[in-house]
Design a binder for this molecule. Structure first.
Ligand SMILES: Cc1ncc(COP(=O)(O)O)c(C=O)c1O
Length: 351
């Protein structure tokens, strides 16, 4: 007999393929990360922190919340820092729901929403994205009941990269006033689309963001939640006082002193590399979903053969099936040089 709850024992762990990802041996285009290292001031700040004799102390967060608030364009009381945005997603779902409640998670989408919903014993409603229509707004609104406690808007969605317009998110928020509208803006710096300026109009919107994807800091784990101050205060009752490590705060605080230095990479990815890869895919007739993020979900005829060809050329991408179980390859977009190499390998493999 287990000492744990039956539904927890019945779950399976979320185990993304993390092992063997050697950044020297491979170009890593499989996790939507920044494909180059953090900028030099961040690296130096981390070294200085290690040498500064404070590792034996519990973390203290100083003015990091104020700095993030200024970056996000909200008040400091509207920000809570988290241990990556996965932590924020978990806290929001845990705080809003109890067993038997409903959560709407349009699919296919990022695995953590479903995983957190299953921890809590929630009933998951899963209308499907389409390549033509993107997020199923009408179906989501039609699926709202008095038991709906969370509606997920992954914006842009992973793996498909599609966006929901802010006005549509507001429409969903007004159609489900008793539910938390969890807007995941993990890729905000790429999409540049946000509802951070609509929080006062819709107090049930709760945004999660991260320093993992653009800033190059997934290893130290720092995310944040944006919402109205009452929601932030409630979530702070659940978050632990030391959940975020001091390395993360040191790194992000330094990054935020000169955001443009880190964000120059975004311009290269979105304005040069991405159009380059899209025009190659158009040229060779490989279908892909329209994406507002730093990745493209592609559907070549022989995904496994192409994945292998890329792997043999020391490039990792991520196989991902759609709702109809058709296998695609999600390709993270990196620097121009890396993108040229991807195109070269794909061109050879297709020949
Ligand atoms: C849509 C989405 N949300 C959240 C995350 C998790 O990010 P973090 O590293 O901040 O936990 C990911 C990571 O892949 C993601 O794709």
């Amino acid at each position: 007999m287990s000492i744990f709850k039956d539904h927890i024992d019945a779950m399976t762990a979320y185990t993304p393929p993390l092992e063997g990802r050697d950044p020297v041996a491979y170009t890593l285009l499989d996790f939507n990360e920044r494909t180059i290292e953090v900028v030099e001031p961040i690296r130096q700040a981390l070294h200085a922190f290690i040498d500064g004799g404070r590792l034996h102390m519990y973390p203290s967060y100083g003015d990091i919340v104020e700095k993030i608030a200024a970056y996000a364009g909200v008040e400091a009381g509207q920000v809570m820092i988290t241990n990556g945005s996965d932590h924020g997603i978990d806290l929001i779902i845990r705080s809003a729901c109890q067993a038997g409640d409903e959560i709407i998670i349009p699919g296919p989408s990022f695995a953590m929403y479903g995983q957190c919903a299953r921890f809590e014993g929630l009933s998951i409603v899963e209308p499907q994205y389409t390549r033509e229509g993107g997020y199923p707004v009408a179906e989501v609104i039609a699926a709202v009941t008095e038991k709906t406690r969370v509606v997920v808007v992954s914006n842009p969605n992973n793996p498909c990269g599609t966006l929901v317009a802010p006005d549509e998110i507001v429409r969903i928020a007004k159609a489900a006033p008793g539910a938390a509208i969890l807007v995941d803006e993990c890729y905000f710096e790429y999409s540049k689309v946000t509802v951070a300026d609509r929080l006062l109009e819709c107090p049930n919107i709760v945004i999660t963001r991260t320093f993992s994807k653009t800033w190059g800091l997934p290893s130290v784990r720092l995310g944040y939640v944006l919402s109205v101050a009452d929601n932030i205060n409630a979530l702070l009752n659940v978050r632990g006082p030391y959940d975020i490590n001091q390395f993360a705060v040191v790194a992000v605080s330094t990054g935020l002193d000169a955001p443009d230095v880190s964000l120059a990479y975004v311009d290269e990815v979105m304005t040069v590399s991405k159009p380059m890869l899209e025009s190659f895919l158009d040229e060779v007739g490989i279908a892909y979903w329209p994406s507002a993020a730093n990745y493209l979900w592609t559907f070549p005829e022989e995904p496994q053969a192409l994945e292998l060809a890329l792997r043999e050329a020391r490039i990792l991408v991520r196989p991902k099936a759609d709702g109809a179980n058709r296998l695609g390859l999600r390709i993270t977009i990196g620097t121009v040089e890396q993108t040229r190499r991807v195109i070269e390998v794909l061109r050879q493999a297709l020949a």
